[in-house]
Structures are given as C-alpha cells and as structure tokens.
Design a protein around this ligand. Structure first.
Ligand code: FAD
Length: 299
C-alpha cells in the first residue's frame, strides 16, 4: 500500500529506517534486530541504499523480505547520482515485481573515497526531482517519498531555494518528505512553518537519530549539515567522561524520547527513527511514546 494512504488513516505513528549490512554474515543478526523493532508496530519501514556501503541488491533483497516475510509496509531508498535511466528503471521494475509499493527518491552523494557511483551510468539525473519525474511516469501507482532539510542542504544556494526545490519534488508527484536528522525541535517547527507559507501542504515527517555513541556522531552529522546544540553536546561529553559509551547512550536515548514526544505533541504527523539497526534503544524510545504495541495490521 502507498504510505500516503497509510498517513491519511493513522493519527500518530512511528516509522523506522534500517540499513542493509554489507556483510551477509551479519544478516541473521540484522533480521533479529529488525524483528524486535517491528514488534513496536511501525507504520512503515525504510531501507537505505548506498549509505554505509550497502549495495543495490542488498537493499532490494532486504526491503522485499521485510515486506513479504515480515508483513511490513516498506520503502526502498534509491539514489540517482551517476545512474543511467536504464539501471534505475531496472531497479524500479524489480521493486514492483517484489511487491514493494514505495520508494524514497534521492539524488545521493558522490562517494567520499572517489570510487565509482553506486550505479555506473551516463549520469542522466541532475537532482532528485528528475528521479521523481521518471518514477511517476514509469510506475504511476508507486508511492514516492523525498528528502527535506530543516537546516538546509549543505549545497543549497539559500534556504528559500532549498525549500523551492523541495516544493518542486512534491509538485512533480512525491507524496511526502522525510527530514534530515536534527536535534533541536524549533528547527523543524520553523521549517514546517516556512514550508506551509511557501505552499507545501504534503506531510513533512521529522527524522530523529538517537545518539548512542560519540565516536561516530561527528562523521554522521558533519556530512548532513545538522548541528548539535552546544548544551546537548556538552551533556554527551560529560556523560562520556563519567561513564563511557553506556552513559552517552543513556543521554542520547533520553534526548530522543523528549524530542519525539514534543514533536508529536506539537503537530508532527509521526516520527521517523534512524535506527542504525539498534533494536533495544529504539524499542525503548517507541515504548516511551505509547505508540508501540503488538504487531498486527493496526496500520
Ligand atoms: P536533491 O533534492 O536533488 O537536492 C540536492 C541539492 O541540490 C540541494 O542542495 C538542493 O537545494 C539542490 N537542488 C535541487 N534541485 C535543484 C535544481 N533544479 N537546480 C539546482 N540545485 C538544485 N543518501 C544515500 O546515499 N542513501 C540513502 O539511503 C539516503 N537516505 C536518505 C534519507 C533521508 C530521509 C535523507 C534526508 C537523506 C538521505 N540520503 C541518503 C542523503 C541524500 O542522498 C543526500 O543528502 C544528497 O546530498 C541529497 O539528496 P536529495 O535527494 O535531497 O537531493
């Protein structure tokens, strides 16, 4: 089912993002974590593509298995930078054959190490809007999500133009947007106000990342243009000095719980959790919101 249809039916929700482990030896542990997370009854789950070294085939296989074996509504991420239309069409056709009804249409980034882009092609796509156009034309019934940037995309000429580019993706046929991670809710609330004023009416789902480890956070957030509020950063650093990684995770989980609860209370349609495949922490966050519960087709 198209996620847009689920969004119309459900009041408040949680959705989850997974990344497919590149090493197949890690897949059994991945599915164990996914099963635990899916017990909290997410509205949908999405599976990244290209991020963390995952491959196109891994994304396809995992998104199809989560849909067909775990009975979840799923969305495959798809990037188009450096891709040929033929390779993108091949991926989309396979997705539809596998029964997956939704795709997150992304431009993607050039590989940091200068390696070839995930799809080796003639580079027919300039931006995610071109991918939205192709998907709508080839598979009119597919649900389409796109990315949004409350703090602005790092390459955007200005916040206004970034918003105009988001509007274009939605006007071309995307159903909703999921935001880049952020840690200060006023950033999202201000963004949604500006988006509504610019004529964007479709759902803008906030993306939340629970910080569980200080070691990886610099790399993660420097790439995406999000900012760690200084007060939050010093609490994480204090925790690290006091009690190491476990204390950091405690602070990160508490912050994510507060952030998610506040967003839901202040009108966000739901919360998309960047799980990094970490089951226990994310289950704890969802349970604190009272949105979990037994799986079933409550969607
Ligand atoms: P676009 O919407 O094309 O925007 C990219 C830049 O171009 C922006 O600065 C925008 O302002 C500008 N722009 C847009 N249109 C035009 C135009 N017509 N003319 C000039 N400039 C324009 N990456 C992965 O590799 N794999 C993933 O699975 C993945 N999942 C993600 C999930 C979410 C929810 C988010 C928020 C991001 C994700 N990303 C992922 C990261 C994403 O690929 C990068 O942020 C990328 O740099 C931009 O992708 P986009 O789809 O937002 O691009």
């Amino acid at each position: 089912m198209r996620i847009a249809e689920l969004l119309r039916r459900k009041e408040k929700f949680i959705s989850l993002e997974f990344f497919p482990p590149r090493d197949r030896a890690l897949w059994p542990a991945f599915f164990t974590a996914a099963e635990k997370l899916c017990a909290v009854n997410p509205l949908f789950v999405s599976v990244t593509y290209g991020a963390m070294g995952s491959t196109r085939d891994n994304t396809m296989e995992i998104v199809a298995r989560l849909k067909n074996e775990c009975d979840l509504e799923t969305m495959a991420h798809l990037t188009c930078m450096g891709a040929s239309a033929a390779s993108v069409n091949g991926f989309l056709d396979a997705l539809v054959r596998a029964g997956v009804d939704n795709v997150l249409a992304l431009r993607g980034d050039p590989p940091a190490d200068g390696a070839a882009c995930p799809f080796d092609g003639s580079g027919n796509f300039r931006c995610a809007a071109d991918l939205v156009t192709l998907i709508r034309a080839r598979h009119p019934s597919l649900g389409i999500g796109v990315a949004a940037y409350p703090e602005g995309h790092p390459e955007a000429p200005s916040a206004e133009e970034d918003l105009a580019f988001l509007k274009r993706k939605l006007d071309l046929g995307a159903d909703f947007a999921i935001t880049q991670l952020f840690f200060d809710n006023s950033v999202y609330l201000d963004f949604t106000r500006r988006a509504r004023a610019a004529g964007i009416a479709k759902p803008l789902i906030p993306g939340i990342l629970p910080i569980l480890n200080l070691g990886t956070i610099d790399r993660l957030i420097s790439k995406c243009g999000a900012h760690l509020p200084p007060g939050y950063l010093s609490r994480l650093e204090d925790a690290h000095r006091r009690g190491g990684p476990a204390a950091v995770a405690e602070v990160g989980i508490a912050h994510a719980k507060t952030q998610a609860r506040d967003l839901l209370e202040r009108g966000a349609p739901g919360v998309h959790l960047y799980t990094l495949n970490k089951a226990e922490a994310c289950v704890e966050i969802v349970n604190s919101l009272g949105l979990g519960g037994n799986r079933g087709r409550g969607r």
